[in-house]
Design a protein around this ligand. Structure first.
Ligand code: HEM
Ligand SMILES: CC(C)=CCC/C(C)=C/CC/C(C)=C/COP(=O)(O)OP(=O)(O)O
Length: 314
């Protein structure tokens, strides 16, 4: 068998890579997906039902596999643009460690496995939502919106916002206003989260020819839009308390986190046009990750405490 770089040709003429397990793990975008799975977990635990622990573990595992599968499909399709961006050039497919057909097969098999597992062991509403989310990210966002419109992540962000709704549906078999409020928080959080990064990576996107907001509307307009989203996100983050879903403890945490978000976005708004270091944009990107983790952690803690008090008082 003749070796071609790090690959070999099998009988069917396909190039097979000599990728490591770590390369396949990287296809799942594990760091990003960890937060996706955490938000799904919070949706699942916050649902007002008695949860079978085994079902909960299986549901979270299925959502994690589905989320990872969508990451693999994204990396399969985006290999051409990932290859020309400094942030993504060393990913397994553009660097040649994994062949495109392997990434595609891996993504499709894991997608089917995750949806079937959730459908058979939890319910088909949750499974349909998971299938829709994978489709929305891998097809609607990746194959269509991303290369077409600067509103790509505003619309595509809906996919990243659905996981708490899936978690909730997995244990209740339904969608509720409460889970839709969690969806809204992530939906409004996504544009400032991503545009902060797109500001200091705009040369990458320029080179790849991707119409991200800073490249199309300019940095000043993107900074204003980031600030506008922050102003809407902060009060929406407090909504679960205002609607009576949580105790004031979550409410106070959400207010403080929201004020922080507006503060960091304000700093971005004030950035000079010739600011090359873009420290405020980098700080907002880092804070956005802390914000989403912390607000969902507060929601989780709140619902666990409320549940414990209800049991204690019963
Ligand atoms: C369309 C929506 C989104 C876009 C376009 C986007 C884009 C990005 C990009 C380009 C990065 C840098 C990744 C890298 O280091 O290579 C990133 C990082 C990250 N994103 Fe997002 N994101 C989106 C939604 C989300 C959602 C919904 C979550 C979780 C709920 C999330 C969580 C994260 C995390 C945890 C990181 C940091 C990863 C690390 O440590 O490197 N993102 N995002
Ligand atoms: C349950 C389930 C299926 C969840 C999927 C959640 C989801 C849609 C997450 C999106 C997160 C993300 C990394 C977007 C990156 O955009 P990009 O692909 O443009 O970023 P890149 O340049 O880093 O590839």
């Amino acid at each position: 068998m003749a070796l071609v770089d790090e690959t070999s040709i099998d009988e069917a003429g396909f190039r097979m890579s000599e990728a490591t397990a770590g390369d396949f793990f990287a296809l799942l975008k594990p760091r990003v997906m960890s937060l996706v799975v955490f938000t799904a977990f919070v949706g699942l635990v916050a649902a007002p039902v008695t949860i079978n622990p085994l079902l909960a573990v299986i549901a979270i595992l299925a959502i994690a596999i589905g989320a990872g599968a969508s990451g693999a499909l994204n990396m399969w399709y985006d290999a051409d643009i990932d290859a020309v961006m400094t942030r993504t050039a060393t990913r397994p497919v553009p660097s040649g460690r994994i062949q495109p057909h392997e990434a595609l097969t891996f993504g499709l098999v894991l997608s089917a496995l995750s949806v079937m597992t959730l459908g058979v062991l939890a319910n088909w509403l949750a499974a349909t939502l998971l299938a829709f989310t994978i489709f929305f990210y891998a097809v609607v966002y990746t194959m269509w919106l991303k290369r077409w419109t600067p509103q790509n992540i505003v619309i595509g962000g809906a996919a990243g916002a659905i996981p708490p709704v899936i978690g909730w549906a997995a244990v209740t078999g339904s969608v509720s206003v409460e889970s839709i409020v969690l969806f809204l928080i992530i939906f409004l959080w996504t544009p400032p989260h991503f545009w902060a990064l797109a500001l200091f990576k705009s040369e990458d996107y320029e080179r790849a020819g991707i119409p991200m907001m800073p490249n199309v509307a300019g940095h000043a307009s993107t900074r204003r839009q980031i600030f506008a989203y922050a102003l809407v996100l902060a009060p929406v983050g407090v909504l679960p308390w205002l609607l009576g879903y949580t105790t004031p403890i979550y409410g106070v945490a959400a207010v403080l986190l929201g004020v922080g978000f507006v503060w960091y976005a304000w700093k971005v708004l004030g950035m000079a046009d010739d600011d090359r270091a873009m420290k405020p944009a980098k700080a907002l990107f880092a804070y956005s990750l802390l914000y989403l983790f912390a607000i969902f952690a507060a929601y989780l803690a709140d619902s666990v405490v409320e549940r414990a008090l209800a049991i204690g008082g019963a």
